[in-house]
Design a protein around this ligand. Structure first.
Ligand code: KG4
Ligand code: ZN
Length: 332
């Protein structure tokens, strides 16, 4: 039979995440998986630099991973010997940071003599949402985070067809950079969302990027440049935040809708850090699509989503990864 508890580790960027999921049944039913623990150490050392410092991230993962692992076991009320499979992110991400969780996961699996799965970070983000709401493929998936703005068609579990992506900055990166230039703080997403509540979304005109393009591509560098010019021209930070957020939300929803129509999908999964954005959720909920978001704590990087990807791999009968599986900055 399948193992009951799957542990997942994500150290792809600046969060040390360890999660544990329980497989309730052996059928491919999303309600057969329950998140039992989701523990995260979010690194704050990068705030002073306004961006993630890779070497500092790696070192902090090394310092924190034992503690986060202990927290996750305690949260689930389990002993380490209860773990029946281990999954860890192998890419994409910062290689030095990835290696910490990947090596830790391999060592743990080896010591426990249980299967090990090298997981794709984006598949983890997708499963963070797809495991909610009894969701079954086919669906369209929008992964929108600090590193990615990717649209996938998912005809079945394990098959990801890239429909479109950003040709420059990721959406979350634009939130972060604009928050920084407007002096709103880091990380930028929540800061922009909060400032936007006080601002006028019509104050700063943003031209819609890549309008009229056929491909399902995104571009956020134009918005970033427009924000810089508006800032120099004296736009109020709150107005800038509200106007930028409106423009970004609009293009994300519009492009996803066009893709869903082109691929004949009625269901869309929206995940990644930016999926925590309330304005984005409201705009998606106003479409006639069935839109599924990750549950609380599962939007931004975390270990539970990697455990969910591992659980799905087990369910699909995929063979475990070889222990020499390496970390990759740009995973295909
Ligand atoms: O998924 P994630 O934790 O890490 C990556 O894989 O990149 O996403 C982090 C990104 C950051 O850019 C952050 O500013 C953004 O998600 N973010 C948000 C919100 N919360 C986090 N963006 C918009 N609105 C939010 N509420
Ligand atoms: Zn991520």
């Amino acid at each position: 039979g399948l193992p009951r508890y799957v542990l997942g580790i994500d150290t792809s960027c600046d969060d040390t995440g360890v999660g544990i999921v329980e497989l309730i049944s052996s059928e491919l039913a999303p309600d057969g998986v329950r998140v039992r623990a989701n523990c995260i150490w979010t690194q704050t050392v990068h705030a002073q630099y306004g961006g993630v410092m890779p070497e500092l991230a790696s070192r902090e993962h090394v310092e924190r991973i034992d503690g986060v692992m202990a927290d996750a076991l305690a949260e689930a009320g389990l002993q380490v010997s209860d773990i029946g499979a281990v999954a860890a992110t192998s890419g994409p991400g910062l290689v030095g940071a990835l290696l910490v969780g990947l090596m830790y996961g391999k060592g743990l699996a080896q010591a426990l003599d249980v299967p090990f799965y090298a997981a794709h970070h984006l598949e983890g983000h997708i499963f963070a949402a797809a495991s909610e709401d009894n969701l079954e493929a086919p669906y369209l998936a929008l992964v929108v985070s600090g590193g990615h703005t990717h649209l996938f068609d998912v005809p079945e579990v394990g098959t990801y067809i890239l429909v479109g992506a950003t040709r420059d900055d990721a959406a979350g990166e634009a939130f972060d950079k604009i928050a920084r230039l407007a002096g709103l703080g880091y990380p930028g997403g929540p800061a922009i969302a909060e400032a936007a509540l006080r601002g006028d979304a019509t104050a700063v005109p943003f031209k819609e990027p890549l309008q009229g393009q056929k491909a399902f591509e995104f571009s956020f560098s134009g918005l970033k440049t427009a924000a810089l010019l508006a800032h120099k021209a004296g736009a109020k930070p709150d107005d800038l935040a509200a106007s930028f957020q409106r423009a970004a939300v609009h293009v994300l929803v519009k492009t996803t809708r066009r893709a869903a129509e082109a691929y004949g999908r009625q269901t869309v999964v929206v995940s990644g850090g930016v999926a925590a954005n309330t304005a984005l959720r409201e705009a998606f909920n106003q479409t006639n699509l069935r839109v599924v978001f990750p549950g609380k704590g599962l939007n931004t990087d975390n270990g539970a989503m990697i455990a969910l990807a591992g659980a799905a791999a087990l369910r699909a009968g995929r063979s475990p990864s070889p222990l020499e599986a390496g970390a990759t900055a740009y995973a295909p």
